[in-house]
Every structure is written in structure tokens, then in C-alpha cells.
Design a protein around this ligand. Sequence first.
Ligand code: AP5
Length: 218
Amino acid sequence: MRVVLVGAPGAGKGTQAKFISQHFAIPSISTGEMFRANLAAETELGKAAKRYMDAGDLVPDEVTIGIVSDRLVQRDTGNGFLLDGFPRTPPQAEALSKLLADRGTPLDVVLELQVDSNEVVRRLSGRRTCRTCEHVWHLDFDPPREPGTCDVDGGELFQRDDDLPETILRRLDVYAEQTAPLVDYYRDAGLLQSITAQGEVDEITQLAIEALESALRR
Ligand code: AP5
């Protein structure tokens, strides 16, 4: 199954991507995570992406399309993939469509996670990530037993630089301007499934799996 997950910052894409990719046994590919990994490794790509990410802006299309194109030729994508956070602009959507058409493997479904903006701000301002295992926690919704420490491996928890209040607002504006139009684009293409992504994480996972399975049966 080839699927794109779309939704505002903090809609829960990363949280749900983990469960969906396990359920369907496909790799989850997050452009945000790829950029953060490059940042941590201090690569040229990471250094170039940092100033856009810190400002809440999108990394330029040619860079982003390049890393996704390289990733999608890897063997583990043979049975499908889940893209989390890509495409985010019309040129990225066009590039993905062309890449997949050239391979004869078009997208099966685009799943939209719908969350209101107050919830998004609450989720992003309370998000904390483990520095070593990268497990994502939330101060209110899913707090670790020991404040500041990951339950999984005892690692230190940190707040992402782009989860500071002014950057969250900028990311929401960027989403509305540049990414939200893709929802109509994929609806027109007959690929869109939308679910409400507020409530308990496992209930949303269930809804997501049902929506994807129903799309595959069409
Ligand atoms: P990216 O990492 O993709 O960030 P994002 O889209 O802003 O999404 P987030 O990771 O912030 O949120 P999420 O939806 O994954 O939510 P999560 O599951 O963590 O991108 C970062 C940056 O990289 C971009 O700003 C851009 O600069 C660059 N970039 C990336 N892709 C790009 C592209 N294609 N083009 C150009 N630039 C690109 O959940 C959030 C919190 O809520 C967590 O604490 C979680 O525990 C909690 N939570 C989740 N679900 C629930 C629930 N149901 N109830 C309560 N809490 C919940």
C-alpha cells in the first residue's frame, strides 16, 4: 500500500504513522525526521535545512524532492510505504505523482488527519522527545513517569526548537498557505480519506486503519 499522511503540524502524523506502518508492514518515511537526522549528524543537508526549520518555514522543494526520490528507490519500499509530511506543496505533489507514474506504482490513498488549531497548539507546546531513542511524549496527554526522563531508555527529554510558541504559529500559517490546498488536489484525484484525529490515540489508529482498508477495497 502506498499512502500519504497529511495534516497540520501536531495533528498526530508521527504518532499514527508508527502504528499504521506496523499494521500494514510498510516503512514510514518522514521528511521531518530525515532533516532532523541530518541536523544531528551535522551534514551539509542538515545545516542547509536548519534555518528553514527553526523559522517554521519549508525547506526548498528541490532539496526535499531530492531526498524523497532517493529514499523511495530503496528496496524496503517494494511493498509500499507511508509518507509522513511529504508532499507539502503543489510542486512536491506533482513530483511524487510523476516519480510513481514512471515506476507504474501510483498512490493508493491520502489520509488526512483533521485537528482544530487549539488542539494543535496544546499538542505541540507539550511535546517532548527523547534525545536517545526519539520516543515522543506529551507533558499532559502522555507524560513520562519521571519528569524530563524517557520511560523507555532513561534518556533526556528535550523540546524541539520549532515547538516554541512563535514558530508553532508560523508553521500553522505555512500549513494553511502551502499544504492545505493539497487536500483539495487529492480529493479531486479521488484519493482522499479524512478522519477526525481528536480523542484517544488508539481510537484514532483504529479509525485510520479502517479508512485505509476501505480505500484499498475500492
Ligand atoms: P515535521 O517533523 O514533518 O513536522 P510537522 O508536520 O510540523 O509535524 P509534527 O512532527 O510537528 O507533528 P505530528 O503531526 O507528527 O504530531 P506528533 O505525532 O508528533 O517537519 C518539521 C519541519 O521540517 C518543517 O517545519 C519543515 O521545515 C521541514 N519539512 C518537513 N517536511 C517537509 C517538506 N515536505 N517540505 C519542506 N519542508 C519540510 O504529535 C504531536 C504531540 O501530540 C506529541 O507530543 C504527541 O504525543 C501528542 N499527540 C499525538 N496524538 C495525540 C492524541 N490523539 N491526543 C493527545 N495528544 C496526542
